[in-house]
Design a protein. Structure first.
Length: 363
């Protein structure tokens, strides 16, 4: 639903700066929320119960949009909604990896189902928003949240097991390692430059002259390729060094943003750029999960997931959304995506030069 929420905000006459600020709320709550919920999950043997409560409270809070008629009210609702929503995501990732146990190379084959759901949603919402307008986004979101909450009631979680061998390694010791520091710096940079994509790509394409159905197809094209990637990602993880895969994803992200900046009106080129989402999101995320599993063992794994969600998605995404919103008015969408592309190419180069000196991790 994320690609259409900015279109809804735009339809109720919010400026690019206001849209950037509102979208940043979702990211800002990721800075604190995952830590709070990670702490609470550590107090229960069935951490997945947090996901059930958080999903229901997300639904309850978002329903307030029906009565919100101002920037402040929308901002308050997005704050409450995202606080609970961001509680669920790290817990779901941690639960998935715990359930896989020694078969973590199968993560991609599970993760692809979320991508399939995204494809169906963006295609359907593209048609619906073209036919009924952007206001259809709100009731559609409510239906989706109800479905998510109901699904959490069906899942049978695994007991939370702590690996005793990992207890002697404190979280601060993990975070002091250069390879961990560089990993999180790269993740922050990636999400900072992804922020214009999540917050403004639909508006950018609409301004270029594409219909909402076409915009939905562009979003879906990227995720279709992501699904294909997740089917085969275990082979990549088993046959290539994580350093090379990670740098490749960073570098290709830079090329992707530059392409979208320079050729937004050529649909075939846009589709090729969107196809790279398989690498810049799918592969990047899969390799990141492998890094977190290796860096944060046992009871620290959920804290690693929380850190990834809060620092990378929260900090990087929030800063990126706010900056993109204010730059949009002065240099336009093309300028914003140009900057994102250049930044990612510099980050990819710096990461490779620095981490190439470190012992290389294998999946």
């Amino acid at each position: 639903m994320a690609p259409y929420w900015p279109l809804y905000l735009n339809s109720i006459q919010f400026s690019p700066a206001q849209i950037g600020e509102l979208m940043s709320i979702f990211m800002l709550t990721k800075i604190a929320a995952p830590y709070i919920w990670a702490y609470l999950s550590g107090k229960t043997k069935v951490a997945f119960s947090i996901v059930r409560y958080a999903s229901f409270l997300s639904l309850l809070c978002f329903a307030g949009v029906f009565w919100a008629d101002s920037f402040i009210k929308i901002a308050l609702i997005m704050t409450l909604y995202s606080f609970f929503w961001n509680a669920a995501l790290p817990q779901v990732e941690a639960e998935t990896l715990r359930s896989l146990n020694d078969q973590r190379d199968k993560y991609g084959s599970i993760r692809l189902w979320g991508s399939i759901g995204f494809i169906i949603t963006v295609l359907l919402m593209g048609v619906l928003t073209d036919r009924y307008g952007a206001h259809i986004v709100v009731p559609a979101m409510i239906i989706a949240l109800v479905g998510i909450w109901v699904s959490t009631l069906i899942v049978k979680p695994t007991p939370h097991v702590v690996e005793e061998s990992s207890l002697n390694l404190r979280i601060t010791g993990i975070l002091r390692q250069p390879k961990v520091i560089w990993f999180f710096l790269a993740c922050v940079a990636m999400q900072l430059c992804y922020a214009p994509y999540y917050s403004f790509l639909s508006i950018y394409f609409e301004q270029t002259g594409y219909s909402k159905t076409e915009i939905g197809l562009f979003w879906a094209a990227g995720v279709v390729c992501e699904v294909v990637l997740f089917v085969f990602v275990h082979r990549l993880l088993n046959n290539f060094k994580m350093l090379n895969l990670f740098v490749f994803a960073l570098f290709l992200a830079g090329i992707r943003w530059l392409t979208i900046a320079l050729y937004p009106d050529i649909a075939s080129i846009v589709l090729i750029a969107q196809a790279s989402h398989a690498i810049t999101f799918g592969l990047f995320h899969a390799v990141s999960m492998q890094h977190i599993h290796k860096f944060f063992r046992g009871k620290y794994e959920v804290h690693g997931q929380a850190l990834y969600s809060s620092v990378a998605y929260g900090g990087g995404g929030a800063i990126g959304s706010i900056v993109a919103g204010y730059l949009w008015a002065s240099i336009g969408g093309r300028g914003v995506f140009m900057i994102a592309g250049v930044v990612m190419l510099l980050v990819a180069t710096a990461y490779f030069l620095q981490l190439g000196k470190q012992p290389k991790l294998k999946a």
